[in-house]
Design a binder for this molecule. Sequence first.
Ligand code: AMP
Length: 143
Amino acid sequence: MTVQTIIDRKGNDVATAGPQNTVAEIVKMLADRRIGAIVITGADRRIVGIVSERDVVRVLAQRGPACLEDPVSLIMSRGVVDCSPSEKVNDVMRKMTEGRFRHVPVTVDGKLVGIVSIGDVVKHRMMDLESEASAMRDYIVMG
Ligand code: AMP
């Protein structure tokens, strides 16, 4: 199963913000959209970073509420690991495990076309396992 299958189901919508948006604005976006991460894009809509609820919690613990007025560029992760729509979901799962993150933006020629979260990956893995189990049951009953 490829990343495209996930994009087909959930669509191309990705929550993005600019590097100058404040941490407070990011917190509001995360809460309003009930999501765990926001992709930070530059002027040409290319990915320049990613910020997740973990980054916000870390900086709040370190600096207290004063950090809410900072631009998100101060707390975002750079060097974002992305994937392509043709990549296997299992390979994306490996990237998440090795990089210890739960979000992977999907890009084509450097342009953002979607995002895969660990929840999407687990859901598709379960659907895979269920269809394998049902094929196995059919095989046993028929045999
Ligand atoms: P998460 O598990 O997605 O909440 O993210 C954990 C940490 O990894 C945070 O510091 C994020 O900014 C960072 N992060 C999340 N996704 C990625 C990614 N695809 N590439 C690089 N860093 C990431």
